[in-house]
Design a protein around this ligand. Structure first.
Ligand code: ASC
Length: 151
């Protein structure tokens, strides 16, 4: 364990991260993490439409997508831990993700919490709470993008 720890520190990566080994590894990591974000986006899309009033509230969709968002959020740490900073990859992921890894993990936790809350709210069937609960999920997306996404 001590040997693993010192090796990790010497390579400059924080605990929980791993440096991409080569360009191919880095490119694959970008493809996989962008795929995960696309699934998050796909599940967030209808919820955003409901919160805006563009489509009617649908309890079943809110419950399903809330559960999926929690599950997808649970994968974020694994898919983002591959540190691609040393490679010339086409990415909107900011270096700060790996520089401030514990802050980044805090943002992931916020998405998990907001998603679990959304599912719980949908299960109550109290439509008056839907918009605010969706808003909390959207706010967790934005809070992370503000710090960690280049756009
Ligand atoms: C979405 C989406 C995001 C977030 C963000 C919230 O639906 O695609 O990136 O919500 O816009 O502010």
């Amino acid at each position: 364990m001590a040997a693993i720890l010192s090796t990790t520190i010497a390579s400059g990566a924080a605990i929980g991260q791993e440096a991409a080994m080569n360009e191919k590894h880095a490119d694959a990591a970008v493809t996989y993490r962008q795929s995960l974000f696309q699934l998050i986006r796909s599940n967030m899309g209808p919820l955003g439409g409901m919160a805006k009033g563009a489509i009617p509230f649908d309890q079943a969709v809110i419950e399903t997508n809330g559960m999926r968002l929690e599950q997808l959020a649970d994968m974020l740490s694994d898919y983002l831990k591959v540190d691609t900073r040393k490679f010339d990859v086409d990415t909107e992921a900011k270096d700060e993700i790996w520089e401030n890894w514990s802050d980044f993990e805090g943002k992931i936790e916020a998405l998990k919490t907001a998603s679990a809350n959304l599912t719980a709210v949908a299960q109550t069937g109290d439509e008056s709470q839907y918009r605010a609960a969706i808003g909390k999920v959207g706010a967790s997306c934005k809070s992370c993008h503000d710090d960690f996404k280049a756009d």
